[in-house]
Ligand binder design. Structure first.
Ligand SMILES: Nc1ncnc2c1ncn2[C@@H]1O[C@H](COP(=O)(O)OP(=O)(O)O)[C@@H](O)[C@H]1O
Ligand SMILES: [Mg+2]
Length: 249
């Protein structure tokens, strides 16, 4: 009998088992178990200093865990709160910056910029961009890698309310078109419920709550169901400790 040569793509883009991270004797992440499936949109909420960025940096391979097991999709992109553009490089060059294969393609950069509505700015310098445009270049750079896992660390935090709403629509469209797994760090409860399939609450080194958002898209922030979910998330957030703990001697 012929061997089955078709290997289905791994449905999980993140699988963490007992993942821990300490800085000195300060335990930031304490035996985290977490899975994210391809095509799933997960939001991560938690008070400042609970290790959200640390977790994203580990998933983005920018930081090592102290212990535990982690399986993470090979093609992973990170977008930070600040767009981190190199001012001395044109916009399209910034898009191909993380192309480690030495095969930087302007055509592919322009295609990625087109997806975020910025193809006409390909040859511009970053200094002419607005804050929202610069952040969209950051998204184009993430898309350029065709990620299976897209990590977003408070990417809308610095945007004004109007630009933020446009950015929400854009991220939802890109997610729909490409279906990566998304892990979005945010401190905005409404944003997490507007965008995600699941809201995780991180506190005291653990995932304290994993709340499914069972609302049809597009979501109406004024609906009773939306507000019921919001109350549930706020309730869980109210029980979370902000401070990382230290190991006992
Ligand atoms: N490189 C580092 N060295 C020591 N402590 C760090 C380092 N990076 C982060 N921390 C500490 O880890 C904790 C979690 O930080 P962070 O992941 O940035 O939290 P969050 O993103 O949830 O606000 C904080 O107490 C922070 O001071
Ligand atoms: Mg952070």
């Amino acid at each position: 009998m012929a061997a089955d040569l078709i290997t289905p793509p791994a449905p999980q883009v993140v699988a963490l088992r007992g993942l821990s991270k300490s800085y000195g004797d300060q335990v930031i992440l304490d035996a985290i178990d977490l899975t994210v499936e391809r095509g799933e949109f997960v939001a991560l909420l938690g008070p400042s200093g609970t290790g959200k960025t640390t977790l994203l940096r580990i998933l983005g391979r920018l930081e090592d865990a102290t212990s535990g097991e982690a399986t993470i999709a090979q093609r992973t992109s990170v977008v930070f709160q600040e767009p981190r553009l190199i001012q001395a490089q044109k916009v399209w060059r910034n898009v191909v910056l993380t192309d480690g294969r030495g095969t930087a393609s302007k055509a592919r950069a322009v295609a990625a910029l087109d997806e975020v509505g910025l193809a006409p700015k390909a040859d511009a310098w970053p200094k002419v961009l607005s804050g929202g445009e610069a952040q969209r270049v950051g998204l184009a750079r993430a898309l350029y890698r065709s990620p299976d896992l897209l990590l977003l660390d408070e990417p809308f935090g610095a945007l004004d309310a109007f630009t933020r709403r446009t950015a929400h629509d854009l991220v939802l469209r890109l997610w729909n078109d490409h279906r990566p797994g998304v892990l979005l760090v945010t401190h905005d409860v409404e944003e997490s419920i507007l965008l995600a399939d699941r809201v995780l609450i991180l506190g005291d080194g653990h995932v304290q709550a994993d709340i499914p958002v069972e609302l049809e898209r597009p979501r109406d922030t004024t609906s009773a169901a939306f507000n019921a979910t919001k109350r549930l998330v706020l309730h869980h957030l109210g029980h979370v400790s902000a401070r990382p703990h230290t190991t006992s001697p």
